[in-house]
Write a protein that binds this ligand. Structure first.
Ligand code: HH2
Length: 270
């Protein structure tokens, strides 16, 4: 899943694709690079972000959804049911709402739905996130989100532990370590770590400032590969070409030959 933020203020790609033509061109690039889904968003959910009025969000995303839907599966990244509905009318077939407000809109549209865990709102989620047992609490919340989505008749459902959405570095790491257990619960898992701030903190040398988003590529790829190895169904990334290459290397996107097959083959060649 390639990230396409039609925003002036997203934490990594803000402003780059705020112009519709630039956004559509980048969407096409991601498709050419191997993205199976393009996730179009018109409102940043970075920590501290201010909400965007509905009419402005619609203005940002709808032309982009409409232009890309004929060539790739489009998901709509929104916290507003009305935006989800309008995007589905323009061709989006997956609703990705980190606030889980759009379950009804997704059901009404016959779209798939991503149940995401977020503690609080983007404005306040990183102020002082606390859990007794982050893994148990996140898994529990996802389970009840899935139950709601199923009750409304949605058949294609993903769960996402919401890396960075009301979580400390340690919470994020605990959730990443627990991915195999989340996968084992049977609902396809989607994960987004791409360029997020915990990677900048973890990768910085001791005592140094956290790395900025531009320097978080290696951490993004490493965690995407970890997620693939854990068996997730979808990774949400900014760097599609590199992630697709990594997916091929570990045999994630193609069932045959397996990783073992490739390793064995390489051995024969040597
Ligand atoms: N992360 C972001 C936005 N949407 N959706 C899901 N399901 N999972 C995520 O981890 C996720 C998400 C934040 O990243 P980005 O879109 O790059 O930034 P911004 O919110 O600043 O636009």
């Amino acid at each position: 899943m390639g990230v396409l933020n039609v925003t002036p203020d997203s934490f990594y790609d803000g402003c780059r694709y705020f112009d519709h033509a630039a956004a559509i061109a980048h969407g096409r690039e991601m498709v050419a690079a191997g993205a199976d889904i393009v996730d179009v968003g018109g409102e940043s959910t970075r920590p501290g972000a201010d909400p965007v009025p509905e009419d402005e969000e619609l203005r940002r995303v709808l032309p982009v959804v409409e232009a890309l839907a004929p060539i790739v599966r489009v998901s709509i990244d929104t916290m507003k049911p009305a935006v989800a509905t309008a995007a589905c009318q323009r061709g989006a077939t997956l609703v990705n709402d980190v606030a889980n407000r759009s379950t009804g809109a997704a059901a009404q549209a016959g779209a798939g739905f991503v149940v995401v865990h977020m503690r609080g709102t983007p404005k306040d989620m990183q102020l002082d996130p606390r859990y007794d047992d982050v893994v148990a609490e996140v898994f529990g919340a996802l389970e009840s989100g899935v139950a709601t989505a199923r009750r409304l008749g949605i058949s294609e459902i993903y769960v996402d532990p919401g890396i960075g959405f009301g979580k400390t570095v340690q919470h994020n790491l605990q959730l990443l370590r627990a991915l195999p257990r989340l996968v084992a619960r049977g609902v396809p898992v989607l994960v987004g770590t791409s360029r997020k701030s915990f990677l900048g903190r973890l990768a910085a040398p001791p005592g140094a400032e956290p790395l900025p988003p531009a320097d978080r590529f290696e951490g993004s790829l490493a965690t995407a590969v970890w997620a693939m190895a854990a068996g997730v169904a979808v990774v949400r990334v900014h760097d599609v070409a590199a992630t697709v290459q990594a997916a091929r290397l570990v045999g994630w996107t193609e069932p045959e030959p397996s990783v073992e097959g490739r390793v064995a083959g390489a051995g024969v060649e040597r």
